[in-house]
Design a protein around this ligand. Structure first.
Ligand code: CA
Length: 632
């Protein structure tokens, strides 16, 4: 193929390079199952290494092999020939940890990426030691991982934030404006990149994709989304004063409290079941053929409505739930915050202190619920001996003001709304530490490629910058975040630049804001009006004007809104065809089925695999003696 005349030739060759052939991390020498098997009693070698589906190829009956009584394993052999408990344990670990026994020198770590929804980073103990929110599992990940304490989303609303996180590109580059913007299937996501690098890319949970492509590079999607994948939540800047019925309102604060069950619990428990099952399935799959996994587990908690089961609500009984630190009268709010108050029906409905406390208590309980789910996933990794070979990444899509500055929910560039938790945990390779520079979730795509040991030269232009150097060195790195907000509650894009101590916001209609977060972490003094800071302000103003064409982007958003409004008004008529993802039915291939090869059935029968005396051993070589595998 001839290089395009419009592109440098090297870009094309990079683009079509074979990504799977790249060498990732240096391979740790995997102890071969075969060599360890050589130490097993002679009889049990037969018992566990035959690959004959019938199990009878070696002349032993299945029953005989199972109990090891007919193979003469013990008689006349010295103790040194037996597999010790330690060796068995090691074998099982090797089996679990990917390519043991394949002879491959390539060894990529698995990636478990856990996301929370609307989890405000400044409130969490990992960033605030005084926090009363109970998150022991996150605290442990933070203690042993790399914590990015100033991580931001790039658009403080669900879908735009996620599209930017998935693609590494700002909303204006990909048309990801609001919760009804379609993400085009030709926008490469981290799932596309990791899949090219040899990963099995899997999504369990929420990603708020809109449009007919509900996969975007994920090979498997284990659950549906919790939100509609259609155009129904399109924003309408042509009618800025019209509050849409699907916008947030204050009922979820006023009605906050304990529940027996909620929609959100229905969802997250499904996500947890499916993702746990995926891990259990993966560890019992064929180590010869499987690929490392890149599993995204995306929970909907601690998102409003603020309600949680008694189990979590009661954990905060007697706890002094802190009230917001800053309250601002509506007349004193900046114009964007005033619009947000109207958009969420807060303008004429001030929240009583008692309701705010109930909402915060339920939210704290939901954070603990998320923490528990993280604990469950970490435990599965440990139980399956996958913990040493799996990088855990934890982050979120945006925060929640939770009454701070008299605001609720998100859609704002203030800290509680814009900052997200971020941990990258892989203690065998990355020393625990805290990174205080400002980074963002759009940096995750190039970071994932680096974590996979991938070909970073194959990444098409993105706005995100890899955080990998932060993980492996103490050199100062990028300290910069760009943001764009075009969703409900505004009438034109609101841009944000965060760099060093500064946070600067600007738009076509509102006066700029400039905060020094080092000196003023609560963002109380807008320095944009301070003559002393005129030079800093004008620097940001010039940068913003150069980076963004304000009127052109405004026009693009408006045109996209009108297109979607028109399509949606038509699609609501008559027969409904939805884009909501339906996970494939898999029951016909689960459990014990006649068409499933015996090897697969035996591997699935139990983990860890045990030998004829019930001692743990490698399943990689096992083909006999597992209850249930032969239909018994
Ligand atoms: Ca969200």
């Amino acid at each position: 193929m001839a290089p395009s005349l419009l592109l440098p030739a090297k870009e094309e060759s990079q683009l079509f390079s074979n990504p799977v052939a790249k060498q990732p991390f240096k391979s740790r020498q995997a102890d071969g199952v075969a060599s360890l098997d050589a130490q097993a009693p002679a009889g049990s070698v037969h018992s566990f290494t035959s690959s004959s589906p019938s199990g009878n190829g070696n002349g032993h009956s299945v029953t005989g092999d199972r109990y090891g009584v007919s193979n003469g394993a013990s008689a006349g052999q010295g103790k040194e020939h037996y597999i010790t408990t330690e060796i068995l344990l090691e074998q099982t670990k090797n089996f679990a940890s990917n390519q043991a026994g394949t002879g491959s020198s390539k060894k990529q770590p698995n990636i478990l990426y856990i996301m929370a929804d609307q989890m405000a980073a400044p409130l969490l103990k990992m960033n605030n030691p005084d926090s009363v929110i109970k998150t022991p599992n996150l605290d442990e990940l933070a203690r042993t991982g790399v914590v990015f304490s100033n991580a931001y989303c790039n658009s403080p609303l669900c879908a735009p934030s996620r599209f930017t996180m998935c693609s590494g590109q700002l909303p204006s580059k990909i048309g990801g404006y609001d919760n009804a913007s379609v993400l085009n299937p030709d926008v490469p996501t981290y799932a596309h990149y990791l899949r090219r690098e040899g990963y099995e890319t899997v999504l369990a949970g929420k990603m708020h994709f809109i449009g007919p492509d509900q996969l975007h590079g994920f090979e498997h999607r284990l659950t549906s989304d919790i939100y509609p994948g259609d155009l129904g939540w399109t924003v309408n800047w042509d009618k800025p004063d019209e509050r849409q019925e699907w916008y947030h309102n204050m009922s979820s604060v006023m009605q906050a409290g304990p529940c027996v069950r909620s929609n959100q619990l229905d969802y997250d428990e499904d996500v947890m079941y499916k993702s746990s099952q995926y891990l259990y399935d993966w560890v019992r799959s064929d180590p010869e053929t499987r690929r490392p996994f890149a599993l995204t587990v995306s929970l909907t908690h601690p998102h409003d409505p603020y309600t949680m089961t008694r189990e979590y609500w009661d954990q905060y009984e007697g706890v002094d739930i802190p009230l917001p630190q800053v309250l601002i009268d509506r007349e004193d709010q900046d114009p964007h915050s005033q619009r947000l108050m109207k958009a969420v029906d807060l303008w004429d409905n001030p929240i009583p202190e008692e309701a705010a406390i109930r909402a915060r208590r339920a939210y704290f309980g939901a954070c603990t619920f998320v923490d528990d789910q993280i604990g469950k996933l970490v435990k599965i990794l440990k139980d399956c001996y996958l913990d040493q070979d799996t990088i855990i990444v934890f982050s979120g899509d945006h925060g929640d003001m939770l009454g701070e500055r008299s605001l609720w929910y998100k859609m704002s560039w203030f800290e509680n709304s814009a900052r997200v938790p971020m941990i990258i945990h892989y203690p065998s390779k990355f020393e625990p530490k805290r990174v205080n520079e400002s980074v963002s979730t759009m940096d995750l795509l190039p970071t994932f490629v680096d974590l996979a040991g991938g070909d970073r030269s194959a990444i098409l232009p993105v706005d995100g910058v890899s955080l990998y150097n932060y993980l492996v060195s103490d050199e100062p790195g990028k300290d910069e975040v760009f943001g764009e907000y075009m969703g409900e509650g505004t009438v034109t894009p609101v841009y944000m630049i965060r760099r060093g101590p500064w946070k600067y916001t600007t738009s076509l209609v509102d006066p700029p804001q400039l905060f020094n977060l080092t000196e003023d972490p609560r963002e109380l003094v807008n320095l944009a009006t301070s003559p002393k800071h005129a030079q800093t302000l004008s620097g940001f103003e010039a940068e913003a004007k150069k980076k963004w064409n304000f009127s052109a982007i405004h026009e693009d958003v408006l045109v996209a809104q009108r297109r979607r409004q028109l399509c949606w008004s038509a699609l609501k008529i008559g027969r409904k065809e939805t884009w909501d993802y339906q996970p494939p039915g898999i029951e016909k291939d689960r459990y014990i089925r006649s068409h499933i090869p015996l090897d697969d059935l035996e591997r699935r029968a139990r983990f860890p695999v045990v030998d004829y005396l019930g001692r743990e051993r490698s399943a990689a070589a096992s083909h006999h003696g597992l209850a249930g595998a032969a239909g018994e």
